[in-house]
Write a protein that binds this ligand. Structure first.
Ligand code: BTN
Length: 324
């Protein structure tokens, strides 16, 4: 979104407490007047930049925009080559990334946006959020596994999000497969979209919508946002901590070493031990959720015995789990 030179100046400002106009000018081969113009561009975006004679420029505060410069400065030692693109508005970050994936984009491409005109939710639903009130992004992964081995990845990403939010002090829980709830209200949704052949995955797009600030739209849906529970961090920093956590958990997933992640999901779960109704393509199934299968399915005991649910929508019931 920023021009190359403005982006470089922003990176220099973010990496230094103070930096003189002269240093910026000589590093980038610019005049002092040109540096000042780029600083003005950043101020127009909402950056508050002080300019002290003898010390130079300093960022006093950054606007809460998840610009790539704000994200990647927190990702210095990543094993995935994260390439973050910020779009003020798009149809759906999943759709934009699908297009890039089809054109050969590599693993680690991320699209983050402030507003979606056609946000996609699970099961063909819309995903609505007010401009600038959420962290909306999609991540491109290219796991070397067939599509039918990818179910655990959705559970793994649920754990990623729950861990990041818990580290921020949000007392969240997971609803199978990967909704994040606080006091039973949804704070974050995850949509994984897979493209490939039966024996080969071309790509997976993980789309995440995290409600950061409350709005009428969320109230209408009975959803919640981070600011009802904590003072949210800058969305750039938040995205960086999510990407770092994805990286760590995704490595475990590709090594097929996810037992501890599955157990962690159960510990963080609002689902296990509860009466549930699974709305599946073949009808509703009622029972008690008892845990996760090794492939990330939900084990449910029903009047017909123990079932492994691999797809469907879960409703949590409020009756105690004293019968099937
Ligand atoms: C759900 O239904 O719970 C999943 C919602 C996923 C929404 C996110 S927002 C960013 C990304 N782009 C989309 O169009 N959808 C996902």
């Amino acid at each position: 979104m920023l021009g190359t030179t403005t982006s470089k100046i922003l990176q220099m400002l973010l990496g230094n407490e103070y930096i003189s106009g002269e240093d910026i000018a000589s590093t980038l081969g610019l005049s002092r007047a040109a540096v000042w113009k780029h600083i003005e561009t950043l101020r127009t975006l909402g950056y508050i930049i002080s300019s002290q004679s003898g010390q130079g420029y300093s960022i006093v505060s950054s606007p809460d925009i998840p610009l790539p410069e704000e994200v990647t400065r927190h990702l210095p030692h990543s094993s995935i080559d994260w390439i973050v693109t910020y779009l003020p508005q798009c149809t759906s970050s999943n759709l934009v990334l699908k297009d890039l994936a089809g054109k050969g984009a590599t693993e680690g491409h991320v699209i983050v946006t402030d507003h979606q005109t056609a946000g996609r939710g699970r099961r063909g639903r819309q995903w609505l959020s007010d401009p600038k009130s959420a962290l909306l992004f999609s991540v491109l992964l290219r796991p070397k596994l067939p599509p039918d081995e990818l179910l655990p990845l959705t559970v793994v990403i649920g754990v990623v999000m729950a861990e990041v939010l818990r580290n921020l002090g949000v007392n969240c829980e997971l609803k199978w497969p990967n909704d994040i709830l606080v006091d039973e209200a949804k704070v974050c949704g995850i949509l994984a979209e897979i493209s490939g052949e039966p024996d080969h995955t071309d790509y997976v797009i993980i789309g995440i919508g995290l409600n950061v600030r409350g709005s009428r739209t969320l109230d209408d849906y009975g959803a919640t946002a981070l600011d009802a529970h904590i003072t949210p961090p800058h969305r750039g920093e938040l995205l960086a901590s999510i990407l770092l956590s994805i990286e760590k958990h995704y490595r475990q997933f590709t090594r097929k070493d996810i037992d501890n992640i599955l157990r962690r999901w159960e510990d963080l779960s609002a689902t296990v031990g509860r009466r549930v109704v699974i709305h599946s393509a073949t009808g509703d199934i009622e029972g008690t959720a008892i845990g996760l299968s090794p492939s990330g399915g939900l084990y449910v005991t029903t009047s017909d015995g123990k079932l492994e649910i691999k797809s469907g929508e879960v409703s949590l019931r409020h009756t105690p789990p004293n019968q099937h």
